[in-house]
Design a protein. Structure first.
Length: 480
């Protein structure tokens, strides 16, 4: 049978309450009975001591024992306590001592107390015997047998007993009242548990509804939570999960947009040189290119082919960097020597555009970096500076500042707008080609690769630019 969570919760609570009441009732009954018997025996023992003292006082003064017995009646009758004054003539019957034979004085109905031979000997030698027994009418009693020993000899004994049926009735009445109180409490608890379970179930219903919203793709859902208990923690975890799913979806959508943009950009970048190469080949095949222009056409195809190779290599490098497939081998690199190497690689391109390359660095300054990757960073930044500068100056400078090495690559070119500076690190982003003095432009991957390489070195890169004044790229590398 299918039970709702609220019904299960109520059954659990009510079962626990019932079990607790049963255990409480059993413990209460046992403890109350023991307390009643113990208290009664203590009272009987106290009266027995008083009776022995009273008898000894009468005997020592040769008084009248009947006067003492009347006094005992006055003491004990109101308390429903009966007594016997025992002599030594307690015969042995079947290894048991039968205590209903004629005593010295007997007050009350006959009753049977059977004690063992060992207990009898203990009693004769001065030991007190107490316990619970029954009369011939099946009445439960507590009894005490107290001897008087004089000069190591048994003189007489006192036996007192008191029925506990009235106390048992009182205990039964208390138990009935306890059951009544339990039933009333159970009814009140049922109402409170019902309200409590409704509140708890309502919270779970909110989570269930929120879960359905998540399944439907609504990751903006949040559960209002004001509690600090486990359910509150669960609600907080759910909210954190929804927040993570929302951002994961946004990241997936962003990556999908980047994937589509990447396909579009790669297709565009490949189409331009391929179109150029195809056009030249068709011209050669159909003899549409004059012989005097064939050499230039072949050179142009070679340049476009190299551009395709460079584009593929840059894409491979960028993907390797993004997936951490490239490891760095850092050493202390002399910065000025690295600048000299970069100048040798870029000088022809710079001269072709009327630019001069200037190097400024202390010949003892070193940077802790991977030599090949540092050269790659500087070459890419230098190429970028040359690309946007004509008849100007490209300056490579380096200096030590705090706990890092700062490398500046500054040009006097056309500069960039603020919105362009925020996008130059994006893959395939290219500045406005109308402001560039190159007929085809570059792939747009150079700066994205630079940023990844600098980040792998634990450094940062900053850009500062003004329109028609130039741009400065600053690479900041930490010391070892």
């Amino acid at each position: 049978m299918h039970l709702k969570y609220s019904h299960k919760l109520m059954i659990y609570f009510l079962t626990i309450l019932t079990i607790a009441f049963i255990i409480l009732t059993i413990l209460f009954s046992s403890m109350t009975s023991n307390m009643i018997y113990r208290t009664t025996i203590e009272d009987l023992t106290s009266y027995g001591n008083a009776m022995i003292e009273e008898i000894m006082e009468e005997l020592s003064s040769f008084g009248n024992l009947n006067r003492a017995f009347h006094k005992f009646d006055d003491w004990l009758s109101p308390r429903n306590i009966r007594y016997e004054i025992l002599n030594r003539s307690m015969p042995l019957v079947d290894d048991d001592i039968h205590m209903d034979l004629p005593p010295i004085v007997e007050d009350g109905d006959d009753f049977n107390i059977h004690i063992t031979k060992e207990e009898y000997e203990q009693f004769i030698e001065g030991g007190i015997i107490s316990g619970v027994s029954t009369t011939i009418n099946n009445e439960t009693i507590c009894f005490v047998m107290m001897p008087k020993i004089l000069q190591n000899s048994f003189m007489f004994g006192v036996s007192l007993y008191s029925p506990v049926s009235g106390l048992e009735q009182t205990k039964a009445e208390i138990l009935r009242n306890l059951v009544t109180a339990f039933l009333v409490s159970l009814a009140a608890a049922f109402i409170l548990i019902y309200i409590f379970t409704k509140i708890q179930v309502q919270q779970f219903k909110k989570m269930s509804e929120a879960t359905r919203q998540i399944q439907m793709g609504n990751y903006d859902i949040q559960i209002n939570n004001k509690s600090n208990d486990e359910i509150g923690e669960l609600a907080n975890d759910f909210n954190a999960m929804a927040y993570t799913l929302k951002h994961s979806r946004e990241e997936i959508e962003r990556q999908e947009r980047r994937r589509r943009q990447l396909i579009s950009d790669v297709s565009h970048e490949l189409r331009t040189p391929l179109t150029t190469i195809n056009g030249i080949l068709e011209g050669i095949v159909y003899n549409m290119i004059p012989i005097s222009k064939k050499e230039d056409s072949i050179k142009l195809m070679q340049e476009e082919t190299q551009r395709l190779i460079r584009l593929v290599n840059e894409n491979l490098d960028y993907d390797k960097l993004r997936s951490n497939q490239i490891s760095l081998h850092k050493v202390q690199v002399n910065v000025l020597k690295a600048f000299t190497t970069v100048k040798q690689q870029l000088n022809n391109s710079a001269v072709a555009k009327g630019n001069a390359i200037v190097l400024e660095a202390d010949d003892q300054l070193t940077a802790y970096a991977d030599y090949d990757r540092l050269i790659q960073i500087l070459v890419n930044l230098g190429q970028n500076a040359i690309q946007f500068t004509e008849n100007g100056t490209i300056t490579f400078s380096a200096y030590k500042k705090y706990n890092s090495v700062h490398i500046d690559i500054a040009d006097t070119g056309i500069g960039m707008k603020k919105e362009e500076m925020e996008k130059i690190w994006d893959r395939f982003y290219k500045a406005d080609t109308s402001r560039k003095n190159m007929p085809y432009g570059e792939s747009g991957l150079g700066l994205a690769i630079v940023k990844q390489l600098v980040s792998m070195h634990g450094g940062t890169i900053e850009v500062n630019s003004k329109i028609q004044e130039g741009t400065t790229m600053t690479v900041i590398l930490p010391f070892k």
